[in-house]
Design a protein around this ligand. Structure first.
Ligand code: SIN
Length: 292
């Protein structure tokens, strides 16, 4: 690990730029901080050693990308199951007969597109998803990129005073303001209730042991146990801080690309700059555990 800046700027740790230990896949990092394109693997038929190396690449780079994949719905689901049981979205539409295959779609008639705000997927669940695997089949000619931000880097760059202040604080995450009414145009009716949960503001990743910020603009309503205006001020500061481009990578989709991100240490933001063009695919989401 190396420190990129001196005393004045944010302290950011780079992922070691080495391909050592990867024999069955290739790794091409997008930035020193976050993101890598993985080559040499057919996700429809990954070998056991490839799966092990994909696990390790995800842990190291936090979001990984694959190009030119040709997957059936069943193959995308089977790839997701290699990482754990699958999550069913509490509100979004899914592919017919496959509740675990969430539809990601926007076209000229859409009033909105998925994920147009910084968030960690379904962080309002008591056990939020560990990871999400998005397969885009239809791309607009230009635009529709997704931004990913490392919440390890955002945490590491805080002053030790701020890190100490946040330690032990919890925040309320609520799905209702986000999901109610959101999918009406897809024929998905409002639910009678929506997930909400309290999670630590700083969580420890169960695989890497690294600390990551775990509040997001999408779902976090307030920090608990401190005055409401203090919570608003601290959250506003953290959101601005974590959106520093230094912590980000930007993925330019092509038809048949796959992105696999780790929701425990990454937030993402999908850009809807391609209206009236169509962007379409499916997301498989892997279940996670209660953040600690
Ligand atoms: C999402 O899963 O939040 C959408 C991401 C994307 O469409 O790029």
């Amino acid at each position: 690990m190396s420190v990129l800046r001196g005393n004045q700027g944010p302290r950011v740790k780079a992922v070691p730029a080495t391909a050592a230990g990867y024999d069955t896949i290739t790794i091409d990092p997008l930035t020193p901080i976050i993101g890598a394109e993985i080559g040499g693997v057919d996700l429809a038929r990954p070998g056991n050693r490839q799966l092990d190396e994909i696990h390790r690449a995800l842990a190291a780079h936090q979001v990984i990308f694959f190009r030119d994949q040709d997957l059936t719905q069943e193959q995308q689901l089977a790839f997701g199951r290699q990482f754990g049981p699958l999550h069913i979205h509490p509100a979004a539409p899914h592919a017919p007969g496959h509740p675990e295959l969430m539809v990601i779609h926007a076209d000229k008639d859409s009033p909105r597109a998925n994920g147009e705000n910084w968030h960690s997927d379904v962080s309002c669940d008591p056990e939020p998803p560990m990871g999400s695997i998005l397969y885009i089949r239809t791309c607009p000619p230009r635009g529709g990129d997704t931004l990913f931000a490392s919440m390890y880097a955002a945490y590491d760059a805080l002053s030790e005073r701020m890190q100490r202040y946040l330690e032990g604080l919890t925040a309320l995450h609520d799905g209702e303001p986000v999901y109610r009414g959101l999918y009406a145009n897809y024929g998905v009716a409002d639910k009678t209730d929506y997930p909400r949960a309290e999670h630590p503001v700083v969580r420890t990743h169960p695989v890497t042991g690294r600390k990551a910020l775990y509040v997001n603009r999408g779902f976090t309503r307030r920090i608990l146990g401190i005055p409401r205006d203090e919570s608003e001020g601290v959250l506003r500061y953290l959101y601005e801080h974590m959106e520093n481009p230094l912590f980000q990578c930007r993925f330019r989709w092509r038809t048949n690309s796959v992105a696999f991100w780790d929701n425990r240490c990454v937030q993402h933001h999908a850009l809807w700059d391609y209206w009236p063009e169509t962007r379409s695919g499916f997301r498989v989401t892997v279940r996670g555990e209660r953040p600690v």
